[in-house]
Design a binder for this molecule. Structure first.
Ligand SMILES: C[S@@+](CC[C@H](N)C(=O)[O-])C[C@H]1O[C@@H](n2cnc3c(N)ncnc32)[C@H](O)[C@@H]1O
Length: 323
């Protein structure tokens, strides 16, 4: 029941306030502490009757985008995965890159992250808030990171904290490093959900403006088709739940029908259906999702004239100096 309520919150953006509100981080943390440590939980896909394969489908679709965005990175690099959830991405990066540092605030999800990553000696895990996290003196922190991954994290942070976090990352980046964000988005403006599930949905333009002001170039943005496919199924099931009394809902059947129906037309239907409906004045799905590839707009350390002196200073000190 709890999961169903959360799922409703996830798909519903119309009840949100019209002006940006501040998130209550106590509620954000409480929500994630009680999240189910399955693949569907951190993907916000619980409570719709979807098979567990729906989480794997979305992950595989996203892997294609992440693999493409990171294909030029040196495998002998370190990755910082902030807000790691159950660790599916930390595990993926551990198989591709030399070192991974994963940070997760929820103790429930952290346990799952630690278990998942225990076969990988190149993964270091931290249970804590990304806003107070300091990489320690391990090799990753001193050499800097080649990739920072924020998979659905910024939407749980207020604008000021997004800016602060992004600025704090810059001194930890190696020359040529990229920051890859994946965030749920809306078509225009900002909507903040209050209540038990607190989140900020921002438009691509809003993200772009925050990220540019925080010192990054937005190298590219890309719609997350796998997310959009599952989100369409979410919103259809939600409509079903709104009109059918609970005892007749048959969610395991209806959820699978919606999911598999949309899978059959994937990926073309993720563009065609929203396009057709927008022509009729409907925004469907109400929530979308984008990847953002970022690089610091200030030249990275090795490219700057003061590179030699800069490189003699470990990344951790550089970060403290930057504050
Ligand atoms: C939507 S889930 C995404 C999980 C994972 N990145 C993925 O893509 O599967 C968001 C995650 O961010 C974590 N999170 C939210 N705010 C956080 C914070 N301030 N510090 C650390 N983790 C946070 C949540 O606990 C949750 O695991």
């Amino acid at each position: 029941m709890m999961a169903a309520q959360r799922a409703t919150d996830h798909c519903e953006v119309t009840t949100a306030a019209e002006t940006p509100l501040q998130l209550d981080y106590t509620k954000v943390q409480a929500y994630w502490k009680s999240a189910r440590p399955s693949m569907l939980g951190p993907y916000m896909m619980d409570g719709f009757g979807f098979p567990i394969g729906a989480g794997r489908f979305r992950f595989r679709g996203e892997v294609e985008t992440v693999a493409e965005a990171t294909r030029n990175l040196d495998p002998d690099t370190s990755v910082l995965d902030l807000g790691s959830g159950v660790g599916v991405w930390a595990e993926y990066f551990a198989q591709r890159f030399a070192r991974v540092v994963a940070v997760e605030a929820s103790s429930t999800l952290y346990t799952a992250l630690k278990d998942r990553c225990s076969p990988y000696p190149n993964v270091t895990t931290h249970n804590g808030d990304v806003l107070s996290f300091e990489p320690n003196n391990d090799r990753a922190a001193t050499e800097g990171f080649g990739l920072v991954f924020l998979g659905g994290l910024l939407m749980y942070l207020n604008d000021d904290d997004v800016s602060t976090l992004m600025r704090r990352l810059i001194p930890y980046l190696k020359p040529g490093a990229i920051v890859l964000c994946r965030e749920s988005t809306i078509r225009k403006g900002v909507k903040t959900l209050q209540g038990d599930y607190q989140v900020v949905y921002r438009s691509v333009e809003t993200y772009r403006s925050i990220l540019v002001n925080a010192g990054f170039d937005v190298v590219s943005t890309q719609a997350n088709s796998a997310y959009i496919s599952v989100q369409m199924a979410c919103e259809l099931v939600k409509k079903w739940k709104a009109i059918v009394p609970e005892r007749f809902r048959c969610l395991p059947v209806v959820g699978r029908l919606a999911y598999w129906g949309l899978r059959l037309g994937y990926p073309w239907n993720t563009r065609l259906i929203p396009w057709l409906l927008s022509g009729m004045g409907y925004e469907f799905p109400s929530l979308t999702n984008h990847f953002f590839v970022l690089q610091p707009s200030i030249p990275a350390a090795a490219d700057r004239p003061d590179a030699q002196a800069h490189d003699m200073q470990p990344a951790q000190e550089r970060m403290q100096t930057a504050r």
